[in-house]
Each structure stands twice: as C-alpha cells, then as structure tokens.
Ligand binder design. Structure first.
Ligand SMILES: *Cc1c(COP(=O)(O)O)cnc(C)c1O
Length: 367
C-alpha cells in the first residue's frame, strides 16, 4: 500500500464494506455462500487492502478476473481461497495448480492439460465449469466437453456457473433454464456440484430465485447500488478526496488552462486541486465536473490536466490553501456521487471506480 505523501487520495471505509458483506449474507441466508468479486483492484479500492475485511465477514472465496490479480492476493494472503472468473492461457495454467487457485474451465483440452499438470505435481486442481447460457462471453453449453473435465482424475470440479445478460426478466429466465438443463444433464451422468452460481450484484438482489447456493456480488459489496426490483441497504465505502494547492484572484478576461478554453467572465477567485486524468478521473468531465469545498459545488474550469485542474471558487470566497475538496462523495452535502459521476462522464458506476489508477494512495478508515 502506498504511503500517503500526497493531498489526493482514495478513502475506503472498511467498516462500510464489513456492513455490506453482513447485509448481503443476511439477505441470502445461511445456505447460500457469498463470493465477493474483487477484480480490478477491488473496483479501484485496493484488493489487498479490502481482502481481509471480506474474509473476516464470511467471504467463501475472493474472486478476481485474471491470474495476475490472483497472484497479487496470493502474495499477501497465502491461505485465502482464490477464484479466477476469467480464462487463463495454457502456458500459465501450471501456476494456478501450484498456487492453489480455483480456475474457471470450459474446454476438454484445458481439462486434460490442467489434469496432467496437477498429476505431475501430485496435487488436485480445483475448478468451476463455466456454462454459456446466451451471454456469449465465456463458457460453453457443450455437455460432453464439460463432462470430460469432470472425468479427469486430478481435477476436482467443485462448482458450475453462468452469467446473466440482465436483458429483462424473460431473457434472464431463459438463461436460467438453459443453465439448469446443463446442470441436470451432468448430474444425470453422476456429477455432483458443491456450488452452483449465477447471480452478480443485481441478480442477487432482484432474483432471489436465481441465487442457487452461491452469489458473486461485486459492486454491492462496495456499496454501489444497481438493483431495481429488490432492495438492500448498503453503504458507499469509497470517497475521493483532494486539497486545494493554490488559491488566487484573476481579472476578467484571463484564460485558464490549455488553449485558454475557459476565460474569466468577471474578476474571479480560482483554486488549483492536485488531481487529474492520470489519477483516473475522466477527462470527459470538462465543463461538467465539480469538487465540493465547504459543502459548496465548485465547477472545474478549463481542460483537465494530467495531474491538476482548476476550479471556480466564486461561491466559497473563504476557501484557502489546504482545504478539503471532495471529488467523489456519497452524494450528501453537495458531493458528487459515483452515480452522478457516471452520468456526467457517460459511463457506469463500476467504470468510474475501477478506472481509479494506482497513483492516488488508498487510505483505509473504519467507520
Ligand atoms: C464482475 C463479475 C461479477 C460481479 O459483478 P457486479 O455487477 O459488480 O456484481 C460477477 N460475476 C462475474 C462472472 C463477473 O465477471
């Protein structure tokens, strides 16, 4: 974790994440496991920094997208159960066996390869089968291919899963039925699955009937709400803070920033804040973004630079160097919520947080 040697940082409330995990566990009940998704550096919040909280609050696995993400966690947590949701190329497959990482698998060829790797090393490789029920991203509906993986002696097929397109209730129900058909075909051949899972954050809340015995919430764990039909009380765990590095008055007509794309319409007090697009703030926020100082919205002016940007302090004449400027908050007290940021930037909530770059340090607080 970075040392905080900067006035710009991502603040992560581990207490909120703990509370969200408990709320999710209560929602799904004791017979349904919770596998929080901490890919993309835990949606920008710092995977290594949040993992212990998730494990302490009932995570049965930590799910990531890639082998690299799994290895970062393996270094920090030698014993944690880790799950790779994505594909791992053949040439790296030995690493998942050696590092005891549970891998997503869907081809007979990788089943054979991973089996041989595991046999050579005298271990059993754990996998979950990925069924493509219509999302057409990853997986297969080929029962023979999936069954051949189940027959490999050095592979333990612990689970089976699929993913919903969330294209509407009817489409989702169709996908569910296709998933059940594949499960039943394999069970008819004598395969037993400890875990069956389909639901991400939205599905876990909106479709209790699709929770099966494991859910895979990502956004929800961090307090980002996307559900429609159902409801669960979760708390946003993340804020993005910076502090004013300079305050000054400029006369009417002065240009500010590259190409002087903003000019002062009157004598204006402006401030400089030390964050930019290289911290992961969308450059598309030009003309729309603001920071909140003393509870007042201060619009960004001019173009956003790589490391800094300028704000209009007209409505906070008492703002001074060092004062807190909230870039993303929870929406209260005139702060920009992640939802609002996603709308202004033409993005979605997950992208806004996941694109936060490593440069701003993550600061962990509790409560
Ligand atoms: C990212 C991901 C999730 C979590 O998605 P959220 O919408 O953040 O809950 C679940 N399952 C899979 C396969 C994923 O890739």
């Amino acid at each position: 974790m970075n040392k905080v040697l900067r006035d710009t940082y991502v603040q992560v409330d581990l207490g909120a994440i703990a509370g969200n995990m408990e709320a999710i566990r209560e929602m799904v009940g004791p017979d349904c496991a919770v596998m929080p998704v901490i890919k993309a550096n835990a949606y920008g919040l710092g995977a290594v920094g949040v993992a212990q909280t998730l494990l302490d609050h009932g995570a049965c696995y930590l799910a990531v997208a890639t082998l690299t993400e799994a290895l970062e966690l393996r270094e920090a947590y030698p014993e944690a159960p880790l799950f790779i949701l994505g594909h791992t190329p053949d040439r790296f497959l030995h690493i998942v066996a050696e590092k005891k990482i549970t891998q997503t698998l869907f081809t007979a060829a990788q089943g054979k390869l991973l089996n041989d790797i595991a046999a050579e090393r005298g271990v059993k490789a754990k996998v979950h089968l990925k069924v493509d029920t219509g999302f057409h991203r990853l997986g297969t509906e080929d029962v023979d291919a999936l069954y051949s993986i189940c027959q490999q002696p050095n592979i333990e097929v612990e689970g089976i899963f699929s993913h919903l397109a969330l294209a509407g209730e009817e489409e989702d129900a169709k996908q569910y039925r296709r998933f059940i058909a594949v499960i039943e075909a394999l069970e008819a051949k004598g395969v037993a699955f400890r875990y069956k899972h389909l639901a991400d954050s939205i599905a876990a809340v909106d479709y209790p009937e699709y929770r099966m015995n494991m859910v895979r919430p990502g956004a929800l764990v961090y307090g980002l709400r996307g559900f429609h039909k159902g409801y669960i009380e979760v708390k946003q765990s993340m804020a993005f803070h910076t502090h004013l590095s300079q305050v000054r008055d400029i006369p009417k007509g002065e240009g500010v920033g590259y190409d002087f794309l903003w000019r002062a319409p009157q004598d204006t007090r402006i401030g400089t804040v030390p964050f930019g697009y290289a911290d992961g703030y969308p450059r598309a926020m030009r003309g729309k973004g603001y920071v909140t100082i003393h509870g007042v919205k201060c619009p960004l002016i001019g173009v956003l630079c790589m490391d800094q940007c300028m704000v209009d302090l007209t409505n906070v004449p008492d703002a001074k160097e060092g004062d807190l400027a909230i870039v993303y908050g929870d929406g209260s007290n005139n702060t920009m919520s992640i939802q609002e940021a996603s709308e202004l930037a033409g993005s979605n909530k997950n992208e806004i947080v996941a694109r936060l770059l490593p440069r701003p340090p993550r600061v962990y607080i509790n409560g």
